[in-house]
Design a protein around this ligand. Structure first.
Ligand code: 1CP
Length: 344
């Protein structure tokens, strides 16, 4: 019924399923229009009618094989009681939480569902409006990535501030990671209860960690989240995206509860085909820059991705989110190309 779920469940498929990270976003004029109507970015995330509308836009326009809930990984910080804003043209801005006192007083896991109610409602609405062969991906940020925003107040290349914090304040950091892990479990359980078919965990800043830290602060909390949720929902597939962790991807491929590993554009594809694909279904890894270039340049790269990964089933996607300057015609051509593949 769904080529995306068939692929994850290792059933036979004749072409790779395709969807794109940030497929609803600023490269689409329809999105920019709805976004204007909503007011701020947070208003859009918490408006179930409009969030449903923007989730459906890329499905209707391109025919992707999966939809991803329109929301943001930072909503959970807002729901925990932290001040979160999205500044136009700049990005997220969070009031940093670093002191034990603030951690204890501010972060309140019990109350998150009240604020996140509209997100659950969006999921319910999407489940009744999506075509039956298009599953819905729910998602959350991984505790490490969420902690970088919580501790530093914004995204920071190399996450230096948060790394220094974790090394200098281990008790506070541990407390923060535990709270974020607990909150994420609660949040994802509710997403599944409302109808999310697959869950993706984004650890976008995992590449800032050294290899030991990747295991302790990226892999370990993600594993705890997935294991805990699978005790209740053993059949919900998880896509895990530890971005830019280099060869430590191997450790993620050894975790049996992770169903799919999302692969960034920095990895050597031959290494992935050799070391990761025999153990895990992968998703990725076209460099998003190719969607901003000429169609023939894009198609050349696209063929490289397919040729590298085609010996095993894989989900076609980008190595990171689509950028606002991506060309809509390129996305169309890419989906058409993928849908015409026939491995038989
Ligand atoms: O002005 C706008 O309209 C805001 C642009 C935008 C969009 C479209 C932001 C701000 N978030 C989103 C939606 C979003 N974010 C989705 C929706 C579903 C889809 O993919 O279509 C998802 C899954 C996310 C996840 C997200 N938010 C991540 C993880 C994935 C990644 O890109 O690494 C991260 C790190 C964020 C934080 C965030 N939100 C928005 C921005 C610009 C950022 C990154 C800022 C930074 O670099 O620190």
């Amino acid at each position: 019924m769904s080529i995306f779920l068939d692929c994850i469940q290792k059933k036979k498929i004749n072409r790779p399923p395709i969807w794109l990270m940030r497929q609803a976003g600023r490269y689409l004029s329809e999105y920019r229009e709805t976004r204007k109507q909503a007011g701020s970015f947070l208003d859009l995330c918490y408006n179930s009618d409009l969030a449903t509308e923007v989730t459906l836009q890329p499905i209707e326009k391109f025919g992707f094989d999966a939809a991803i809930l329109f929301a943001d990984i930072l909503l959970i910080l807002d729901a925990l009681g932290v001040k979160v804003e999205f500044i136009e043209g700049v990005g997220p801005k969070i009031e940093p939480v670093r002191k034990l006192e603030d951690i204890n007083n501010l972060l309140n896991v019990e109350n998150i569902h009240e604020k996140l109610g509209p997100v659950y409602k969006t999921i319910t609405m999407l489940k009744s409006s999506l075509p039956k062969n298009v599953p819905l991906i729910g998602f959350a940020g991984a505790p490490w990535t969420l902690s970088t925003y919580l501790i530093n107040g914004r995204g920071e290349a190399g996450s230096i501030t948060t790394k220094k914090f974790l090394l200098s304040n281990p008790a506070e950091f541990e407390k923060i990671i535990n709270i974020l892990t607990e909150a994420t479990i609660e949040y994802l359980l509710m997403q599944i209860k409302h109808g999310a078919d697959v869950i993706k965990i984004f650890d976008s800043w995992a590449g800032a960690l050294n290899a030991d830290m990747v295991l302790n602060y990226s892999l370990k909390p993600i594993k705890r989240i997935v294991e805990t949720i699978k005790e209740k929902y053993p059949n919900i597939p998880f896509i895990v995206f530890p971005r830019a962790v280099n060869t430590t991807y191997s450790y993620f491929s050894n975790i049996k509860e992770f169903d799919v590993l999302a692969i960034d554009q920095f990895l050597d594809r031959d290494w992935v085909a050799r070391e990761i694909q025999p153990k895990k279904i992968i998703q990725g890894n076209l460099d998003p820059i190719f969607l901003t270039l000429e169609k023939d340049v894009l198609l050349m790269e696209l063929k490289k991705v397919i040729n590298s990964f085609k010996k095993h089933p894989f989900i076609f996607n980008l190595g990171h989110g689509i950028t606002p300057d991506a060309k809509v015609d390129n996305v169309k051509s890419m989906v058409e190309y993928i849908k015409e593949i026939d491995f038989r």
